[in-house]
Design a protein around this ligand. Structure first.
Ligand SMILES: [Zn+2]
Length: 286
């Protein structure tokens, strides 16, 4: 019996098998879990490969579940942000590409933060301005009216990206998992991004990771901190699981826990519905 509270919920950040890391769902089993749990659908994220083609196939195999694809700008697509990869994904049968993530694991910021000695994929030049290939990617996302997400960028880079997105006329710029430890964006910078028209994502995984989990080095975000962020502008904030990791809860369970937690902590049902259902649906154009 599906839980009615998941009716209409879209999780825009799910890591599925096949992948280079162990996952607890495949594209297909996640779609089946949606049907069983009452969840509306999900967006597949892979750090390495575009998932627009997989999403299309999954939606054919499991009718009734809405599955969306995304493309993450890591080294599998070259050592610069690659607008050609975006244009080809947008032309592909099925029309399932709904999000482009700027570099994550191989971003210049993560490479520096992790002291790899490698340059990583940049999003800004030496003056801190968005690079031409980033602007071109924003233009493609704006034309197609899909999401461009900040990926693993620094605070300064994220604000610059929000500024550039506004100039380009990109309506769906998303600040990725703003309360996830190594990529936390300060409340002041979140406010600046909101003023520039951005949407902000918060991920459930950031509340539960830490010692004893597959992410032992990341500090869990205190619930009080999450609530402060959520209350800055719930009208432009949305919730995701960022799960699929083997050994952690299933994404649909995480979404249910996330919504219950916010409800217990006094967030109104109206805002919870907006953050888990309406804003994700608007971002996916459904
Ligand atoms: Zn993720």
């Amino acid at each position: 019996m599906p839980d009615q509270s998941l009716r209409g919920v879209l999780d825009l950040h799910v890591h599925c098998d096949p992948d280079v890391k162990a996952r607890n769902v495949t594209d297909i089993s996640m779609a089946q879990r949606c049907l069983e749990s009452g969840m509306r659908g999900f967006l597949i994220k892979s750090h390495d490969w575009s998932t627009h083609d997989r999403a299309y196939i999954a939606s054919l195999v499991v009718p009734g579940c809405e599955v969306f694809g995304s493309l993450c700008m890591n080294l599998s697509h070259g050592d610069k942000v690659n607008p050609f990869a975006v244009s080809q994904a947008l032309k592909t049968t099925g029309n399932a590409l709904r999000c482009v993530w700027l570099p994550t694991r191989e971003s210049a910021y993560d490479m520096k933060r992790n002291k790899t000695g490698r340059p990583g994929i940049p999003v800004v030049d030496e003056h801190g301005h968005a690079l031409p290939e980033v602007i071109r990617t924003m233009e493609l996302c704006a034309e197609a009216d899909i999401v461009l997400a900040s990926g693993h960028s620094s605070n300064d880079e994220t604000v610059e990206l929000a500024r550039a997105a506004k100039i380009v006329g990109l309506k769906k710029f998303v600040v990725t998992h703003a309360t996830s430890d190594p990529w936390t964006i300060s409340p002041d910078n979140i406010k600046r991004c909101f003023e520039l028209g951005a949407y902000v994502e918060h991920s459930y995984v950031a509340l539960i990771w830490g010692p004893g989990t597959p992410f032992p080095d990341f500090a869990p975000c205190p619930v009080e901190t999450l609530l402060e962020y959520v209350n800055i502008c719930p009208e432009r904030t949305f919730l995701t699981s960022d799960l699929g990791t083997a050994g952690l809860p299933f994404p649909d369970q995480a979404m249910l826990s996330f919504m219950r937690l916010l409800s217990e902590r006094g967030v109104s049902q109206k805002h919870i519905d907006a953050m888990a259902k309406d804003i994700p649906a608007m971002l996916m154009n459904v």
